[in-house]
Design a protein around this ligand. Sequence first.
Ligand SMILES: Nc1nc2c(ncn2[C@@H]2O[C@H](COP(=O)(O)OP(=O)(O)OP(=O)(O)O)[C@@H](O)[C@H]2O)c(=O)[nH]1
Ligand SMILES: [Mg+2]
Length: 451
Amino acid sequence: MSSTEETIVALATPPGRSALGVVRLSGPGCREISRLLLGTELEPRRATARRLRRGEVIVDRVVATYWAGPVTPTGEDLLELAAHGSPEILREIVSAAIEAGARAAAPGEFTRRAYVNGRLDLAQARAVGDLIAARGAAARSAALRRLEGGLSDALDEVRAPILELLAALEVRLDHPEEDIAPLAPSEADASLRDASAGIERLLAGYARGRSRREGARVGLFGSPNAGKSSLLNALLGRPRAIVSSMPGTTRDVLEEQAELGGAVVTLVDTAGLREDAEGGAEREGVARAEGALESCEVAVLVVDSARAPDELDDRTRDYIAAAAKRRGAALIVAHNKSDLPGARAEHGVSCSALTGHGLDALEAAIAAAAGGAAADEGECLLDDARQSAALARALAELAAARAELAARPGAWEDRAADRLRRALALLNEARGDGAAEAVLDEIFSKFCIGK
Ligand SMILES: Nc1nc2c(ncn2[C@@H]2O[C@H](COP(=O)(O)OP(=O)(O)OP(=O)(O)O)[C@@H](O)[C@H]2O)c(=O)[nH]1
Ligand SMILES: [Mg+2]
């Protein structure tokens, strides 16, 4: 679909009224089209203010910049027209460009051309989409790191020992007459271990990467009236959930996305847990809260710190703590209502949904548990299911190669080389080299037009 013979055009800024709007063109026709629309030759890389015409009609006064390919973001000639941000003007400019020989770009086509022309690899191209879609500072910086090639570099690092080992094997297999000394199995094993460890590190970052993008689920649990809904509202900064002094107010599970301490999370408010829940709706609410506990990465146990816990509170606390432990979820205890006289806080965070006291600390504790902590800033992240599946299969191939080595130390080269070739192909697949057209279509169709 993306014949690079064609010049494409699209609005690069969001539709609607704004101070400026940018129309972007990429392809071999940029120079000619700029001459037709602006009546002049543009000097490359120099922003020039000109009147833009559609036929005889002046559409707007624009700032036009032309870049000559191939050292441009798309790898082709590129033309950017910054106009006044009126939808009518911008539509006119796109129409004028089409009349002058461009065609409307498909979603993601600019980025796709960058990929086809070797300006970005597929991991980077995906990162462009992620960067634009990213909510929260952590997701943004992870996407930016991938755009800068962090993941590609990490994959190169993993590939290096495999390539080296394969080359050493192949020269021996292809030239048996040369009488080269056989490879020491222990050395080969060390290379394989190296590469495997690198892949394992990338895979370990996957779960965290995904929760960064989609947001970890953070559930608020506890006894009725502890202030779960009040805390949800306080963390969101708006009255999303109904709050009342009646225990058993919240009946359903309520979910809202929020950005806490740089991490995107999905906050989940639940019904207060109690065994003697009255009536169908409240019992159903308790059942749903228990269900929500099964899907959260972080459980916040909210307790009313101004009230001495009774036996039911203790059982609720134990139940939540046990469920969190069983699932490997982080547990944070929020001692709410710290503003009330007699409020006590043992281990955990002391806070008040009412006054806002301690909410910063609670946010920070949630963000750290949700994996958005600044501690792992430098880590390269893998957050795509397809890439992680390819890496997992590559890891299995390396394990199989090591098994060959262990099983037949005298005659392992041939079969191990086969495994290594497959592992390399899978690593290339993770990187997106030679991705099938259908895969590209799927990836780029998720982009908006103009990207
Ligand atoms: N003084 C004080 N009151 C609070 C605080 N947080 C909540 N409350 C009050 O406690 C009562 C219960 O609050 P909710 O947020 O509805 O409690 P909940 O845990 O969602 O209750 P259920 O949905 O019934 O399980 C309300 O009257 C709130 O105004 C707080 O930090 N300080
Ligand atoms: Mg509630």
